[in-house]
Design a protein around this ligand. Sequence first.
Ligand SMILES: O=Nc1c(NC[C@H](O)[C@H](O)[C@H](O)CO)[nH]c(=O)[nH]c1=O
Length: 166
Amino acid sequence: MAVKGLGKIDQQYDGSKLRIGIIHARWNRSVIDALVTGAIERMKSLGVLEENIIVETVPGSYELPYGTKRFVEKQKKMGQPLDAVIPIGVLIKGSTMHFEYISDSVTHALMNLQDKIHLPVIFGLLTCMTEEQALARAGIDANHTMHNHGEDWGACAVEMAVKFGP
Ligand SMILES: O=Nc1c(NC[C@H](O)[C@H](O)[C@H](O)CO)[nH]c(=O)[nH]c1=O
């Protein structure tokens, strides 16, 4: 029996009154696009209106923490506050330590951001050792060995916003 993973959804949460932001990096774009689509489609299946899913981009994963903070602040200032935000990035190990430093610092920054902006910040950063690992976690590898993790992130955003929203 498979142990790892979110498993079946134990409850459907009603996203029809939610406004959710997605902010994604533009590195490794084919994987990013699959993850973003997965998150959007799952949120729509939970009732979130398409016009209430706001998508923004940043150059790379390193820009996600600051970009997420400003994205949320600007939506609030426009009088259209978000109920949750999903930063999405794909880091793939190269030949230097760049991967390790960005993965670790961005993970901690996104975790700590929640207390600063008082909003659920879903962890949508893939930290992969190979391209194959990234493709698999977006559900677009040749053998479709895994489900699209973006779907989990969409469901997580709806649940956290419904349960712990303002
Ligand atoms: O290097 N690899 C990656 C990367 N580097 C760029 C970095 O995030 C940032 O945009 C620049 O350093 C400029 O600040 N960004 C990613 O999202 N994935 C990677 O795999």
